[in-house]
Design a binder for this molecule. Sequence first.
Ligand code: FES
Length: 165
Amino acid sequence: MKQMKEKLLGRKETASGSKAVKDILERHSRNPARVIGMLQDIQARFSYLPEGELQFVSEELGVPLTRIYAIATFYKAFNLLPRGRHQIRLCGGTACHVRGAELVKGAITRELGVEEGGTTEDARFSFEVVRCIGCCGQAPAMMVNEDIHVKLKSVTVRKALEKYK
Ligand code: FES
């Protein structure tokens, strides 16, 4: 995450300041104490935190950009990179692990050409490994958006994913 932050901070993008973000700042009364809420709203709008918008927030509020990135990288809920249209959350919990989640993970990577934590080039999927999703009796399991897929095998991954366009 530190490398990602440095990479993003190293880019020379200009502040965007879209209308949506200007509205978000107003909704939060431009109060620097409410930066987390602003970031939540920005992410809800864009599905991630665009660099230019963060720069704009920094300039408008007088909060150092490094402080905003410190918040954005501290909370796992924030995404600094664009997300795919569909979110794959493969369970990496104990029950799933012992029942072959690693094989499923490899199959997802092969099928989509994306590693854990990444997004496919066509922005169709983002892929992450998460903790137990509560289907241990039917492990290994994964969620795609809000759908739950259970008793996965590496050979069934393609079929499970094909309906998500
Ligand atoms: S360990 Fe995978 S669903 Fe619980």
